[in-house]
Write a protein that binds this ligand. Sequence first.
Ligand code: MRU
Length: 357
Amino acid sequence: MGDFFTIEWQDGAVVMLDQRLLPTREIYRTYRDYRGVARAIKDMVIRGAPAIGVAAAMGIALGARQLKKIEQSEEFERLCQEFAATRPTAVNLFWAIDRMRAVYDRVRKQGRDVICARLEREAIKVHDEDIAINRRMGRFGATLIPKGATVMTHCNAGALATAGYGTALGVIRAAWEQGKNISVFVPETRPFLQGARLTAWELQKEGIPATLITDNMVGHFMQKGKIDCVVVGTDRTAANGDVANKIGTYTNAVLAARHEVPFYVAAPTSSIDLACPGGEQIPIEERSAREVTHVFGRQVAPTGMRVANPAFDVTPHDLVSAIITEKGIARDPYLKVLSQLVGNGQKKKKRGNGEEK
Ligand code: MRU
């Protein structure tokens, strides 16, 4: 899967590839203080819903060792809340925090050494399971990709956005590994350029033929019949199948519907939020104006310009042809099928903004 890793637990420290510097520099950062990990999530050293979840799990394992009174659940909860405040949209963050909380609650009375060891074990488990889940999802998803197809993705839902292999890019990878002779269209994904900087980098490393385009070229290429299907990831998929993903995903879905191009979403069950009834209820992160007004430190808009920078949008479920999970492929009616797929494992408890916990 290439010669890099996204995030690892190494000798009691969290090590991650600094994604802000790709594709030109491959620099790994080592964090021994949990605050550094929380900052890294906020600042997008690491990004992508499943990777954010893994980083939070490892950050909590790290932070627990720094707590003076680890048996006091208020202290542990404060630590969890610091991670919950990093990025609001990706539900994997809250899913991972819930997992760490559950472990803590089970062993809280067993002393510092046991608590720390169990939290560390759980964080590594979250990491390792994610790779296995992506491989399974990839195999299911590849059945939807015809031989020789040109597949479009959006943003980066690859190894860099996960513990490894990727969700949407995992589907593309699996189809490639099966010898389907596919090629990929990669919109650059302004303002953070995850497509140009990260997806293009991953595809090139893998040797999968890919064409980089700007975001506003998608309609043109669909009109010309150059795109056979779309596969994207998701930060949070609601119970009814509405999909929050990187800004621009909705535009691509509308275009796909107009041109009768199948639009698929790769969603591990950790990204499906059954407690969230529909897209309206998904919190959308607003990021700094500077991401829009500046490109690599260079100002590209007049000083004082008013700016909007929502990091995600919501694609209504009627524009989604299928949702690929590690447990199988869901099609409409999503409300029924997703709750069957995600199953009893996920209770309908609200995640994300902390209400109704
Ligand atoms: O702002 P980012 O880079 O964290 O946004 C990432 C995305 O929108 C991905 O498509 C999504 O997290 C799925 S990643 C497997």
